[in-house]
Design a protein around this ligand. Structure first.
Ligand code: SF4
Ligand code: SF4
Ligand code: SF4
Length: 212
């Protein structure tokens, strides 16, 4: 008489028949062919690779740092960059792209719109701090460069350059000064909404020849 879980079941009874049906073993699966085996292996390796790449990309995007920068095409040249930065003088400075214009006969970013004379006298200059340096080159041309230590980011020279020149002067957040505030206090009041977050490995937005 079979015993199931300590309960004795009479041979030939309905319980014994059910027990013998339950205990019928299924036929074993045939072993995988070589092709199936290789296919399973490749699928496994592919899924593992996909998982690793996804994890790597997720980790990379988490780690990618961003910083504040100005889109020079959106800047409307107000005075806020000079006055609203948490640093004084501001972390925003005028930069000059020499590939567009390194020298000029008459720089409209340097001179007042109606200067008394075309000399380096302070009253003839747009820049309130004397941050734009003018150096004689081959007559009648001069080279113009920015002394960033003196620049306060007021954008007056940018306005002169954009209105009458080719826009090679423009403002940028300088990352050797900016402390990368969570909320940039200039961005909050920028009328052109020119501030944006950019990847720290591409921290500048330079103007190019022919941009409006
Ligand atoms: S606050 Fe905005 S619009 Fe004004 S100068 Fe700065 S970037 Fe340009
Ligand atoms: S005019 Fe203003 S933005 Fe231009 S160089 Fe002088 S301080 Fe800097
Ligand atoms: S992030 Fe902070 S330090 Fe940098 S430009 Fe803006 S206000 Fe100035």
């Amino acid at each position: 008489m079979p015993v199931v879980d300590g309960v004795r079941i009479a041979a030939g009874s309905q319980g014994a028949r059910q027990f013998s049906q339950t205990m019928t073993m299924p036929a074993p699966n045939p072993p995988p062919s070589r092709r199936q085996f290789l296919g399973n292996g490749f699928r496994g390796a592919f899924l593992f690779l996909l998982g690793s790449v996804t994890t790597l990309l997720a980790r990379r995007s988490r780690n990618q740092k961003t910083v504040w920068q100005i889109d020079p095409l959106k800047c409307v040249m107000c005075n806020n960059c000079a006055t609203q930065c948490v640093l004084q003088p501001s972390a925003v400075k005028c930069v000059q792209v020499y590939a567009m214009c390194g020298y000029c006969k008459l720089c409209t970013g340097y001179f007042e719109p109606e200067p008394n004379r075309l000399t380096t006298a302070a009253e003839n200059q747009v820049c309130p701090t004397g941050a734009i340096k003018r150096r004689a080159l081959e007559d009648p041309y001069y080279e113009y460069s920015i002394d960033e230590a003196l620049c306060i980011g007021c954008a007056k020279c940018v306005k002169g350059c954009v209105m009458f020149g080719n826009g090679s002067f423009f403002l940028q957040v300088r990352h050797d000064r900016c402390v990368n505030c969570n909320e940039c206090s200039i961005a909050l009041v920028c009328p052109g909404q020119a501030f944006m977050r950019v990847p720290s490995d591409e921290p500048y937005r330079l103007r190019e020849r022919g941009q409006a």
